[in-house]
Design a protein around this ligand. Structure first.
Ligand code: HEC
Length: 156
């Protein structure tokens, strides 16, 4: 390079700095495509109960209404007919769905469980559940499902 080559660049760099090119390094990429997930139980002092917390607290909840679509006597049993998933009982859930099969719940591994992936942003196939959301599950409800699987996915 000729002597003075670098010196020639100085005015250019100074101008870029002055108009803020170096400050704007973070592109606007929008929200993350997947929700954050951790396999650990977030609160080991609390025992999540399937019937009380998951079924009554979430599956039947009128805002979420998994039951409407995932039980034979639901209002629009599309989730049962198309998704092959019966949420009317513990054994129905553990039998799995049309695509996920029994991997819907991988005991002790909530993040690998398709049930958790389907209620989160960026599901591995099909739509995020509930299909007619929003509203989707809030963070507390989602964490209850994660913790229930982390604690062994018991029928309690
Ligand atoms: C408006 C109807 C509707 C509601 C409400 C609904 N689902 Fe679904 N669900 C479907 C349909 C249709 C499919 C199949 C298409 C797909 O996977 O996106 C499905 C598929 C699924 C699957 C994947 C099954 C498989 O292995 O193929 C899971 C898991 C699931 N739903 C869980 C839930 C949960 C949990 C709720 C409540 C939070 C819920 N769904 C609410 C209609 C519904």
């Amino acid at each position: 390079m000729k002597a003075g080559g670098w010196a020639g660049l100085f005015p250019v760099m100074a101008t870029m700095g002055a108009v803020g090119c170096f400050d704007a390094v973070e592109p606007d990429v929008g929200p993350p495509l997947h929700d954050f997930c951790q396999n650990e139980d977030s609160d080991p002092s609390r025992d999540v109960e399937f019937t009380r917390d998951i079924v009554r607290g979430i599956f039947v909840d009128s805002n979420i209404a998994c039951y409407d679509c995932h039980t034979a006597d639901g209002r629009t049993p599309l989730g049962l007919e198309v998704g092959g998933l019966d949420l009317s009982s513990y054994s129905g859930l553990r039998s799995g769905g049309a695509v996920g099969g029994p991997d819907l719940v991988v005991v002790g591994r909530p993040c690998e469980s398709i049930l958790v992936q389907k209620i989160s942003a960026g599901p591995p196939f099909g739509s995020r559940m509930p299909l007619d959301g929003p509203p989707f599950l809030d963070n507390e409800q989602r964490q209850l499902i994660i913790d229930w699987i982390a604690e062994g996915a018991r029928d309690n």
